[in-house]
Design a protein around this ligand. Structure first.
Ligand code: RIB
Ligand code: CA
Length: 310
């Protein structure tokens, strides 16, 4: 397994994002978290991130707000999966946090100016890619600033139609296309692989042994599995897409990849579908996830949770 990587998380917590934060803190050195509108509105994804970090005893991790909506399209949320405020039935007892008047792309730009060459930081994006796209367009030096960019988004081109329009790309197809067009060292963890790494419903009973973290996640997942149970084709299991994106950086050996130039259908009935870009358009190759070793992923997941054992 790879050594403890340094990561920045860009996300829309969100219930699977919240579990991804817990696992990332267990497996990686988390430099910071930026939030984006997606599963729920930005005010909630920003507050939720603070609330989750407080339960995880990591309120020292800086959290920056990002875009409050897609580049061009109106925001579409996923409240059926994540609840009105984004954490299902979990109600935080955290205090309301002051809004930071520092936008994520500018924070990244200042950070990049102080990093000599390619940094050792991996960026993991588990929401719509709006922040990254704004960053790439406003500050071109950000396009190659990270050691790698792992985006939980999209689906391997040619995947069955029902998975072809994944939420993060569907919400902001223009942003995803900008990232595939300009990003360096981008890897796409699509829903075709995330929906292979399913957690058995019976494993929810394991969570309370992990203290307040486990109890928080149990409350969230009891809500999340109402809708998510059966996604991926097994009625007795559910996907945790964003946690799989953390595994792609922390435990890359269990994945298979293929390099492809990608673009995104941005309008019409196929909006949000990731397709192979014509070679002569000169897009960089994106590493696209093809497969995952599921037993090894599940063992890694529960071993990650040992950090929180009461
Ligand atoms: O399609 C799954 C993705 O959309 C996950 O990141 C989930 O949190 C939602 O943002
Ligand atoms: Ca997400």
């Amino acid at each position: 397994m790879a050594p403890r990587p340094t990561v920045w998380l860009d996300m829309d917590p969100g219930i699977d994002d919240s579990w991804a934060i817990a696992v990332a803190l267990s497996r990686c050195s988390v430099q910071g978290i930026s939030t984006v509108a997606g599963n729920v509105a930005l005010e909630h994804t920003f507050q939720n991130t603070h609330d989750v970090l407080q339960v995880l005893n990591h309120s020292e991790i800086p959290v920056f707000p990002g875009a409050d909506g897609p580049l061009l399209e109106p925001l579409i949320t996923a409240k059926a999966f994540h609840g009105e405020q984004g954490l299902g039935d979990y109600v935080a007892d955290a205090s309301h946090i002051p809004a930071i008047l520092a936008d994520t792309p500018r924070v990244w730009s200042r950070w990049a100016q102080h990093s000599t060459g390619v940094s050792d930081t991996h960026l993991i994006a588990t929401g719509p890619l709006t922040n990254l796209a704004i960053g790439f367009l406003a500050f071109p030096e950000l396009r190659s600033a990270w050691k790698s960019i792992t985006a939980m988004c999209g689906a391997l081109p040619g995947t069955e139609m029902d998975k072809a329009k994944e939420f993060n790309v569907y919400v902001d197809p223009h942003a995803a296309d900008v990232v595939f067009r300009y990003g360096a060292r981008v890897q796409m963890l699509g829903i075709n692989v995330a929906h292979k790494a399913l957690v058995p419903i019976r494993d929810l009973s394991l969570l309370p042994q992990y203290g307040k973290t486990g109890r928080m996640l149990a409350k969230m997942l009891n809500f999340y599995t109402i809708e998510a149970r059966g996604e991926g084709g097994n009625p007795d299991a559910f996907p945790i897409d964003d946690v799989v994106a953390v595994a792609a950086v922390s435990y890359p050996e269990i994945f298979q990849w293929r390099e492809l130039p990608l673009t995104v259908v941005r309008e019409g009935p196929l909006r949000g579908t990731v397709v192979i870009s014509p070679i002569d358009v000169q897009r960089p190759a994106v590493k696209v996830a093809l497969d995952i070793e599921v037993p090894e992923f599940l063992a890694w997941l529960w071993e990650s949770m040992e950090t929180y054992r009461a």
